[in-house]
Design a protein around this ligand. Sequence first.
Ligand code: AMP
Length: 375
Amino acid sequence: MNRPTTLGILGGGQLAQMMAIAARKLGIKSVAYDPSRDACAQNHAKLVVGSYSDTLTLERFADSVDVVTYEFENVPTETVRAIGGARTIHPSPEALRVSSDRIAEKEFFTKCGVPIGPYRAINGGDSLRKAADELGLPAVLKSCSGGYDGKGQFLLHTHDELENALGQIGEAPFIYEAFVPFERELSVIACRNIFGDIKTYPISQNTHQHGILVRSEAPAAVSDETQQQAITIATSIGEALKYVGVFAIELFDVGGKLLANEMAPRVHNTGHWTTEGAETSQFENHVRAVSGMELGPTEAVGHSVMLNIIGAMPDADIVDGIPNAHLHDYAKAPRAGRKIGHITINSENADECRTTAAAIQARLRNTMPGGGVRP
Ligand code: AMP
């Protein structure tokens, strides 16, 4: 494969923006495709505006680039079809298929020998009540596709809550997952290139509020054995899909045993720390992988904490005078629950890094969906 000069990205949000910044450093231009004129990637990439079913505009977009990738997993099949004839798409449509449907994903994990928690497929009241009988409560009920950042999810403690959820979901395909009593949430970011080389980043430890990621810390304090479990999980998935690009596996740590929650076939929020905190960022390695290049080293540089900025930007001076804190403003309109920037604190010393992060976190005014300012 000749090294591409232009990368096409489906989606024009912050992930596309950060990929485009990384691509530029490698001498590659980017074109982002998004239905919105306001897509924030346009500050770093040429923007093509069109719907994901606009075959003509999609074909024109495909003609203007050498290789296509995406920043979100719910790319409609018709979009992939419109582009797939003209240009190579990485990661493959099969990676999209398994990761855009939670049941297909669980079946795929099982096939790969990746440990997961108990679940049942739901399509209406009978299956839901049967699942509750078999797996018990509490449980998490999630829409099979389209949900992200905790959207389309119900945490169920009682049969009343279950009946109430049923009233809202009807016969739509859902998944019933037994509540996993995890000690912490971890994730592993991995990348695989067209030559089959796979690299993983050190594990991140992640904190969510209202289903939204607020903080990641890396390298997480995990044993070599835990790191090895994550590497084995990522490698099995990457190999099985003959995956090309960066992907993330979200994990639950249950007493030192890792269970996979879900995969994202793209660069991931829990890997944003790699921009300052790793030898090669996840964005650069994604561009390298899909462009047919060798992968860069994935070792951590010092210790990092990444804080998401959700809903409202903090005062512009929030990191002034803190040399190891880096503010990323996506230039997106503020809205409760919307990720509009992040701050990465990177330091040689893990304790110093955490202390600085805690001081900055106390000054963030993150606003979550449903209103209200929460610390
Ligand atoms: P997801 O959309 O699957 O990433 O879920 C969003 C968040 O909900 C996760 O990061 C967890 O904090 C929580 N969660 C999801 N599934 C489960 C589960 N089966 N047991 C316990 N917590 C869960």
